[in-house]
Design a protein. Structure first.
Length: 178
């Protein structure tokens, strides 16, 4: 995403301009993240002539698909992002640079998306996850594996924790299951 700032520079300090955008999201990122960005990254870039340089604020939203961190099923959603950077002509030890009145905002856009992308997501708050013994998706079937936790110390902690949070009422889909 290239923006031309010749006019902003000519208008002098305080001048500003906002441009809408719908750009391809970053294709590949850290392999372990497992997130996939869907559709365009859409939003607007606001540019202000700050005297010393051009101050850019990118605001947008990005749709994504991610594996549920409990059951590994697909989760789709979207998140908002905001990122700022000051661009100077020539050198800028603390920010971005540009030349010939053109600023390439693609790296800043990608950074904004990666900084705000969710790392963990549940398909639903009450996701039952996978059976640790047989791997069955417990949202879809009751596998019949024994549910006792092997290590008694952890079991004690779990009971305490459940007592503390036990007041949680039945969820939206909380049917009467055995
Ligand atoms: Zn899930
Ligand atoms: Zn099982």
């Amino acid at each position: 995403m290239q923006v031309n700032v010749a006019e902003l520079k000519r208008q002098g300090p305080g001048a500003e301009r906002t441009v809408p955008f719908a750009e391809s999201p970053p294709a590949a990122g850290p392999a372990e993240s497992g997130i996939e960005f869907l559709g365009p990254a859409a939003g607007e870039a606001r540019m202000v002539n700050a005297g010393t340089g051009i101050f850019v604020t990118i605001t947008g939203t990005q749709a994504f698909r991610l594996a549920c961190s409990r059951c590994l099923g697909p989760v789709e959603g979207s998140f908002a992002f905001v990122i700022e950077e000051e661009y100077r002509e020539g050198s800028n030890p603390d920010g971005g640079t540009y030349s010939q009145d053109a600023i390439d905002l693609t790296p800043l856009l990608a950074e904004g998306i990666w900084l705000h992308a969710p790392e963990h997501q549940l398909c639903r708050p009450e996701c039952r996850g996978l059976c640790p013994t047989c791997g069955a998706n417990l949202n879809e079937e009751a596998c019949g594996c024994p549910t006792e936790v092997v290590d008694g110390r952890w079991e004690a902690l779990r009971i305490q924790w459940e007592r503390k949070s036990g007041s949680r009422g039945g969820g939206v889909d909380g049917g009467p299951e055995a």
